[in-house]
Ligand binder design. Structure first.
Ligand code: CP3
Length: 339
């Protein structure tokens, strides 16, 4: 698998590419399947349909990896938090974690109840071409905790930060509880057929540097080393969004560092390139205009100068991007890097 080889710094016939949120609303094929499920979560819980939309980007775009169709929030949902996705609003939990006692209501062994995701992985791995990788994933403890504490998406993370600075031990208890679940969760994904794993720390950038390492990165590192000690052949990708100025302090046992679009790829390569393979970092909004995509591909590829690299966006694809531009992006990256 070209994608897996690139994760381990092996020479590949061309630079592999996949896109964060590659299955989604910008594809009419996705919207079609989505209509046949009651709502987004029903789609996640239906392995046949979830597998169909997982495979769509591979067939339509020709990307080198599929990412299992699910969501980072199914873990807290299965801890008993009650989750809904509301039109134009995004995710919302039925209750919020605001103190230690709230955490006592959470159910353990949530990972055992996400069986639909493992089933999606199994079905998908069976159908997927041998040359293509299947990526499993989870959210980071910190990013999941922000949703559980705020109860929904947030601009200022007020309640999460209040807990962090007023009752750090309470937050640490929650983060550790999540980290424990996530280790088992990722392990089950490997057993179900995932060839690589990615941890999304979407709200890393909400934290100042010293606090970031203590309350987020160290938990990701701990999950990563526990997985790597058992499954060294499974590449691990860590994606902390918005911490480009903290890169000097990044360390840990993982293979690929996901660079967000706000971080300079040249700087990331200088600081981290000897130790990790980079993945990234096209600004997703460039996909509105194919000319600006072309310019960025040129920049990114000349920065990486034939070093091991995985082409991706610097965050998730937007729902109203023209599909033709995405198809063109994949073609151009493959064409420009063929050796
Ligand atoms: O294609 C893929 O990348 C695989 C599936 C995937 C989804 N969400 C599907 C999805 C993955 C890997 C995620 C991760 C995820 N989910 C993250 C981390 C990555 C990031 O973007 O930072 C986060 C923060 C979430 C939480 C989440 N899920 C939000 C905030 C929303 C609402 C925003 C929106 O786009 O509507 C979702 C919903 C969601 N997750 C959709 C999809 C395809 C849209 C649902 C729909 O069809 O209406």
């Amino acid at each position: 698998m070209i994608f897996i080889d690139a994760c381990f710094k092996k020479t590949t016939p061309y630079t592999p590419i996949w896109l964060m949120r590659q299955a989604g609303r910008y594809l009419d094929e996705y919207r079609q399947v989505r209509k046949s499920a009651k709502d987004f979560l029903s789609l996640c819980k239906n392995p046949q349909l979830a597998s169909t939309v997982t495979l769509q980007p591979v067939d339509i775009l020709g990307v080198d990896a599929a990412i299992v169709f699910s969501d980072i929030l199914v873990v807290p949902m299965e801890m008993g938090m009650g989750l809904g996705f509301y039109e134009g609003e995004g995710p919302r939990f039925d209750f919020r974690i605001r103190c230690y006692d709230d955490m006592l209501k959470l159910k353990d062994n949530a990972y055992k109840r996400v069986s639909y995701m493992y089933e999606t992985l199994k079905i998908t791995r069976d159908k997927l071409d041998d040359s293509k990788a299947l990526i499993g994933f989870c959210g980071s403890p910190w990013t999941l905790a922000t949703y559980m504490i705020e109860g929904e998406g947030s601009k200022n993370y007020i309640y999460s930060k209040k807990m962090l600075y007023q009752e750090p031990k309470t937050l640490q208890f929650l983060l550790q509880m999540l980290a424990n679940e996530l280790k088992y969760y990722l392990e089950e994904q490997i057993k179900a057929g995932a060839n690589a794993l990615m941890i999304f720390d979407s709200w890393a950038g909400a934290l100042e540097q010293s606090v970031y390492f203590e309350f987020s990165w160290n938990y990701m590192k701990d999950i990563a080393s526990s997985i790597k000690s058992k499954y060294p052949h499974i590449p691990l990708i860590l994606f902390p969004k918005g911490i480009g100025t903290y890169l000097e302090y990044i360390d840990g046992e993982f293979d690929v560092f996901g660079v967000d679009w706000g971080t300079s790829l040249a700087y990331a390569q200088k600081i981290l390139g000897d130790r990790y393979v980079l993945q990234g970092n096209l600004e997703p909004a460039r996909l509105y205009n194919i000319q600006s995509v072309k310019e960025a591909i040129k920049d990114i590829l000349s920065t990486m100068d034939k070093q091991p690299f995985i082409f991706n966006l610097g965050h998730g694809i937007l729902p109203d991007i023209p599909k033709e531009n995405v198809i063109e992006l994949v073609k151009m990256v493959h064409g420009a890097t063929r050796r």
